[in-house]
Design a protein around this ligand. Structure first.
Ligand code: FRU
Length: 499
């Protein structure tokens, strides 16, 4: 095997840039058999710097090809986060209806303006591509939305509102969302605001995404709004909250009163979804067409320590692509997120077996490559803990606590933690009030320097980075209750590398 992508801590089945700094996923769009993933990128260092849009493509969202940088800073500023659409009716006039342009919509951040103490240094610009993302041309009349004097005014996510025949843009403005509309992606008018008095406000609002989703098992449709906030996440630093509500063509509203989080771990930030095209848009042409599926990717880091993690040639990874599903739970709706089915193509599924862990007993499972594996089983609520361990006695600990109705993740002794003071501090906690009373699935993905935990097919999710100095090779399961517990269909399976 070549030594490409085998550096210490290098994820083997998650997207990482070949080298240097990466943050948010951007411009997630599917066109003619190709999934595009753009990302916040600084090509000169492994810390944040003048932002470009890096670019990668995939045909299955699992294997990726690195592409040249798509967007470079220009006289209007650095290229901050944003989205991309297939302008299928050529409303912009940049292409033709036979060859519709890809249009990227992003934030310009003018450093000189920020340094001079002005508040109007973030504006919105666009660029287009006529060769399915290979080359990009900036619109000569940029910016398309100027700044009204709001310091944090960014991260445009544009989608086609088929019902009202218009482009809609969600954009954040400090502590709230703004919705803007356009007919041609060039001229925009503001329609509404949302959120000053809704949701969590521990930090600035970033990276919005508004989209419709069918409620599973019904014909009902609701609108989902994702809002990342930094700081103010439930386990510290950066996190992503969501709202379920309605959209009437200009305004988003919700009756939701509680704050909801898409992920309770510390390392899933700035996540947004692939734009969905009108039903059957590509006909039967492509077997990998996502259709109406909503697929989410997040940045697997946290601004609290993103610049300090102990990697050397590159920094940070994306989450695995996850399919979003909306489900009615009690009186409200929960947004589930769970790995896309195609991820199974790189998992060498091992035959499962039922395991019984006696009351107040533990059991060790040996597995050489636990750091590149899937652990999967079914269980019921009970006082169980799962320790991922190596020869150095470093342990990442997951615990169910039925008294508190909590699931927790403790990485304080998981490996290198002292590169930053907060990284190893505290136990990450996730309340799990609505887990089923019967059996549910626990699915865990480990990949070199990350863990993703999905309870009940993505109802409750935790994503976290970790840096064990040696591979974990033992999973220790401990039953601290006074009844025996079953792990049904238990399997630890190797996951293949994607590079
Ligand atoms: C979120 C964010 C965005 C911004 C980008 C800059 O992580 O702060 O709001 O556009 O990163 O890189």
């Amino acid at each position: 095997m070549s030594d490409y992508y085998t550096e210490t801590y290098r994820p083997q089945f998650h997207f990482t840039p070949e080298e240097k700094w990466m943050n948010d996923p951007n411009g997630m769009v599917y066109h003619k058999g190709v999934y595009h993933l753009f990302y916040q990128y600084y090509p000169d260092d492994i810390v944040w710097g003048p932002m470009h849009w890096g670019h990668a493509t995939s045909e299955d969202l699992v294997h990726w090809q690195h592409k040249p940088i798509a967007l470079f800073p220009d006289k209007h500023g650095l290229i901050f986060s944003g989205s991309a659409v297939v302008d299928f009716n050529n409303t912009s006039g940049f292409g033709t209806t036979d060859n519709p342009p890809l249009v990227a919509i992003f934030t310009y951040h003018l450093m000189e303006g920020e340094k001079a103490g002005r508040t109007d240094f973030q504006t919105q610009g666009i660029a287009y591509s006529l060769d399915n993302g290979a080359t990009w041309t900036k619109y000569e009349e940029n910016p398309v939305i100027g700044n009204p004097g709001i310091k944090d005014f960014r991260d445009p996510k544009v989608f086609w509102d088929a019902e009202n025949d218009q482009w809609m843009m969600s954009l954040v403005a400090g502590d709230h969302l703004q919705l803007w509309a356009s007919e041609d992606l060039k001229n925009w008018s503001k329609r509404s605001e949302f959120g000053k008095d809704k949701g969590a406000h521990g930090g600035v609002w970033e990276c919005p995404d508004l989209f419709p989703l069918k409620v599973a098992g019904s014909e009902e449709e609701k609108w989902v709004l994702l809002i990342s906030i930094n700081p103010g996440a439930p386990n510290g630093g950066s996190g992503t909250q969501y709202f379920i509500g309605d959209f009437d063509g200009s305004q988003f509203t919700t009756e939701q009163t509680e704050v909801k989080w898409i992920d309770w771990g510390t390392d899933n930030y700035a996540g947004v979804t692939y734009n969905v095209l009108p039903k059957g848009f590509y006909g039967e042409t492509y077997t990998n067409d996502p259709g109406q599926d909503r697929i989410f990717i997040g940045w697997m880091s946290n601004w609290t320590y993103a610049r300090d993690t102990p990697t050397e040639t590159w920094r940070s990874a994306m989450t695995v692509p996850r399919k979003l599903t909306l489900r009615k739970v009690g009186q409200g709706y929960d947004l589930f997120n769970y790995p896309i089915a195609d991820l199974d193509t790189i998992i060498d599924a091992v035959a499962p077996s039922d395991i019984i862990i006696e009351a107040e007993k533990g059991k060790d499972f040996k597995f050489d490559q636990l750091n590149q594996a899937e652990v999967k089983f079914k269980t019921t609520k009970g006082d169980l803990s799962f320790g991922f361990q190596n020869d150095l006695k470093e342990t990442l600990l997951l615990t169910f606590d039925t008294d508190e109705n909590l699931f927790s993740l403790d990485r304080s002794t998981s490996g290198e933690v002292d590169f930053q003071e907060d990284f190893g501090k505290g136990i990450q906690k996730m309340p799990v009030p609505d887990l089923p009373n019967g059996e549910f699935e626990v699915r865990i993905l480990l990949d070199a320097s990350s863990i993703e935990v999905f309870l009940n097919k993505g109802q409750y999710v935790m994503t976290a980075q970790l840096f064990p100095r040696e591979n974990y090779d033992t999973l220790h399961v401990e039953n601290t209750s006074n009844v025996s517990m079953k792990l049904g269909d238990f399997a630890i399976s190797p996951v293949n590398r994607i590079w």
